[in-house]
Every structure is written in C-alpha cells, then in structure tokens.
Ligand binder design. Structure first.
Ligand SMILES: Nc1ncnc2c1ncn2[C@@H]1O[C@H](COP(=O)(O)OP(=O)(O)OP(=O)(O)O)[C@@H](O)[C@H]1O
Length: 376
C-alpha cells in the first residue's frame, strides 16, 4: 500500500494481499493537478499533489472505508478509481482488467460494474428528467433490455431503495434530500454493479436521515454482494458500514486494517486523533483518550517532508522530517493492519493522563481559560 517506497526501494505489501479475489487493485496511484501561470504560455509552476501514491485493494463483496479530513484526497481517489479523472501515475485494475488509461469511450463495459454515488443528491440528478428517466438511462445507454421492460425494472429498483414505484413520473425537486439520495442509489443499481464508489453519500443529509441511507446501502451490500469503496470524513459513519478502513492524510494512506484494528487498536497518531474527535465511536469506552486535532491540513502543493502528519503530531521527532515512514505491519499489529509511523502509539484507545491539544493557539486559549477559572 502505500504510498511510500521502503528504504530498500521496494514497495510494501498492498493493503489487501493480492489474492485473486480482489475486485479492485490500486497501485502507486497519483493525481497531481498542475498549477499554471501566464496568460499566453500557461507555464506549469507547480502541482497540487491531491493523491500521492496509494496502494489498496477491495475484495469482491466487501466494503472498504476511506476516511480523512477534508482536502486529503478522498474524492479525487474515488474519481480516479471510476476513471472520471485520468491518473498522473500508478495503476487501477478492476475485475482483472487494467483500466488505468482506458479511453473513456471504451469504459462502457467496465462502468456497468463500477458505479458511483455522489455526495450531493441535489446536483447529481438532472432536475429536468423524471425519476423514471434518471433510473432507466444507464440501462438504455448500455443496451440493457430487462425482460420485464425498462419501466417495470425502474419501478422495481425504486421499490428496492424504499421509494414508491408510483412516483416514477415525478421530478427530483419533489423529493427530500434522503429520497433523492435513494434515487441516486437506484440509478447506481440499475446496471447491477460489482463495485460502488460512494463518495460521502450521507454527509449532505440531515443526521436523522443519514442512518436510514447507510442502512439501505448496508442491506444492498449484504443482499446483492456489491463491494463498496465508502468515502467519508466521519469515522462513526464508516464504522457501521465497512469491514476494513483506510485512513488517508494529505494524499497518502497512513493506516489500514480491519474494523477492530482501526477502532480499538489504532497505532497511527492521526487515527487516534480522528477517533478521539468522534463521540462514542466505541460504545462503552468512556475512558477513551481525548485529542483535539485543530488547525488545517497543510497544503498539498508543498507537503511537509518525511511524514506528512509530523507538523501536527505530538510524537514527531527529527527522523519524521527526514524519512517517510513506510506503510507496514508493525510489531503487535494483526494481519492486514498496516501503519506508516516511526513512533506509533500503543494499540489502545484508553484515555491519557491529560488532553492533547494540537493547536498552539488553541492551547494558549485553553490555558488562559483555565487560569481565569482557577484564579491563577
Ligand atoms: N480539479 C482540481 N484542480 C486542482 N486542485 C484540485 C482539484 N480537485 C481537487 N483538488 C485539490 O486536491 C486536494 C484533494 O481534494 P479532494 O476533493 O480529493 O479531497 P477530499 O478529501 O475529498 O476533501 P472533501 O471532503 O473536502 O471533498 C484539495 O487540496 C483540493 O483543493
């Protein structure tokens, strides 16, 4: 997986061992968006390194969660995998076929099996098309003629996602946010895909609706055996959906493992920080540590040398600035639990003696507040 090349110059093992069961295999994936300057010649003066060397795999029927703060490259990864974007480097193999540079016009067959659900159910549905047309269009474009006819099949799909099939002739603006996301799901299901890339599928929805849509996706995953790459910034959402989770920071995967490893025995300080910002991510863990991860992710135009998290990390030492830690199985980690850190945390989420506050300004504020509270 990673990202990184090991000291010997060899790539560490992929996140899911290549087993032949992998539906999706991503190696060394990069997307650098060029930054150009000049009116006439448009010289390239730099690049946004949105995705900077990812290795991961998704097995048939499994759900891999991809989490991290805003701007760390999750959406770009989803778009690279579905070939909505052209990679700068690396390889994407889907269902045994190398689709890395497959021309878009030749993507039709692969796209049948590789669908995407978008974050914003408002902008991802054409307001001028009826729900029926929206759900039927992928079938028509791909020359799929279901025995029961397009209309009946579209109505069946609406029913599967919990919508009234009688609403076939209605328009997207007649539906709520949650219902619109269900229309997006019905459209994605129309081609019976093997993999769905769900890019923050619930973050635009009311909290009360989010669980319903996540449950729907979970039912579909189980009943139809569809694999998911589930992208989210919230570890709480992914916990209930994904058997495995990859944590991303500034264009790289910093930790990956099964649910228990990530939520109960995380080793990377960034995973600890993300977990500690989610209330009750592990029920009953009242003594969970508290880490406040404040401040912004550094710019992907000029990421920190060595470990990219070091500028916000409480364990950083000199080595972290000079050597990029490879994503490897650390001593004490279980199978498939890989961490990219020189000074990993203990595999526990138990509370620390004191809070860790990562932002100096925030720390100063808290200290001032403490002093005024105690009258010191
Ligand atoms: N077309 C583009 N041109 C230039 N930079 C881009 C482009 N698309 C994304 N980026 C930059 O790449 C980085 C990663 O963006 P991306 O949307 O993949 O992150 P993300 O983790 O999905 O965040 P969010 O949850 O906010 O969407 C960001 O710094 C973003 O500004």
């Amino acid at each position: 997986m990673s990202t990184t090349k090991s000291i010997a110059g060899q790539r560490p093992a992929p996140a899911a061992e290549s087993s032949g069961e992998n539906l999706l295999e991503v190696t060394g994936l990069e997307k650098h968006f060029p930054i150009r300057q000049g009116i006439v010649f448009q010289r390239q003066v730099g690049a946004v390194r949105a995705v900077d060397g990812l290795d991961f795999a998704v097995r048939a029927g499994e759900s891999l969660g991809l989490v991290g703060e805003s701007g760390c490259g999750k959406s770009t990864t989803g778009r690279l995998v579905t070939r909505l974007l052209e990679p700068t480097a690396g390889k994407v193999v889907f269902d045994g076929e190398d689709i890395t540079h497959k021309p878009v016009v030749k993507m039709r067959e692969a796209r049948q099996n590789l669908q995407m659900i978008f974050q914003d159910p408002y902008s991802s549905l054409n307001p001028r098309h009826t729900v029926g047309t929206i759900v039927e269009t992928p079938m028509r474009l791909n020359g799929i003629n279901p025995p029961q006819g397009h209309k009946r099949r579209a109505q069946e799909l609406l029913e599967i996602v919990g919508l009234n099939p009688e609403h076939y002739n209605r328009y997207p603006n007649e539906f709520s946010g949650g219902q619109r996301q269900r229309i997006g799901v019905a459209r994605a299901l129309a081609l019976k895909p093997k993999l769905i890339v769900a890019d923050e599928p619930v973050s635009a929805l009311d909290v009360s609706i989010q669980a319903q849509v996540v449950n729907l996706l979970q039912d579909l995953q189980r009943e139809m055996g569809i694999a998911f790459l589930f992208i989210a910034h919230d570890l709480a959402v992914v916990r209930h959906f994904s058997e495995r989770v990859a944590v991303m920071y500034l264009g790289k995967i910093v930790e990956v493992g099964d649910r228990t490893a990530i939520y109960e025995r995380p080793r990377h300080p960034y995973t600890h920080a993300l977990l500690s910002s989610v209330p009750e991510v592990v029920p009953g863990s009242e003594n969970r540590e508290r880490i406040r991860l404040a401040g912004d992710v550094p710019s992907p135009i000029n990421p920190p040398s060595g470990c990219r998290f070091r500028t916000r990390c409480w364990k950083a030492q000199d080595k972290c600035a000079t050597e990029e830690p490879p994503l490897v199985r650390l001593e004490g980690n279980g199978d498939g639990h890989l961490t990219a850190c020189h000074f990993p945390e203990e595999p526990t989420i138990a509370s620390r003696g004191e809070d860790i506050v990562l932002d100096p300004a925030l720390a100063a504020l808290e200290e001032a507040r403490r002093q005024s509270d105690t009258g010191v």
